[in-house]
Design a binder for this molecule. Sequence first.
Ligand code: DX5
Ligand code: ZN
Length: 225
Amino acid sequence: MEPSPIIAPSILAADFARLAQEVHAIEGAADWVHVDVMDNHFVPNLSIGLPVVQCLRSATSIPFDVHLMITDPERWAPGYAEAGAYNVTFHAEACEDPVALAKTLRAAGAKAGLAIDRDTPVEPYLELLPYVDTLLIMTIKAGFGGQKFMPEMLDKVRAVRRRISAKGLQVRLEVDGGIAADTIEQAAEAGADAFVAGTAVYGAQDPAEAIRKLRALALGATVTP
Ligand code: DX5
Ligand code: ZN
């Protein structure tokens, strides 16, 4: 288990007309800022891409956690690493050779993340854990913010946590989708140590306060081995 939980607000739920200010509002409270890139192919939705990430990168020092919900990540993911993203996560369903892409991302200076969507079993990917820095379990179907958390996805989180512990790996186990004050504890108990929250942070009156509350809940529920 990594020492402290990571809280990663998703700017998908922020005001896109004021992105820099929205990121400034979580500085000092958030660990990472989660950037959802959607291409209208891998998922039906379309959000933001590389030019926005490049501009926003120069507006803040918070590490960027880029979540690529796109087809052909081999072509596009390295650009996000080169733009200064801290972590670049691509989807298992969209990638033929995750180990090779993870290696490319690390060579470009980023951490490498592998995401598992709602309908994808995690077992086939457990053996890839030594080759990635982050494993993201979707707790919804990827594509839209504001969906309802699916507790049945936590079996995948437990399976990944067991493997990370058994092998003594340094991998962040991230959950994404419907994470809020009423769901974060069960995700932490299942073994997650990084938490994406869109609506729960940017839908709150005070985003920084919402992050502090989520962190306290996650810390309280974290099971130390
Ligand atoms: C959805 C995105 C999520 C989304 C989460 O496909 O990957 O990161 O922003 O939003 P909430 O926290 O509102 O479920
Ligand atoms: Zn996401």
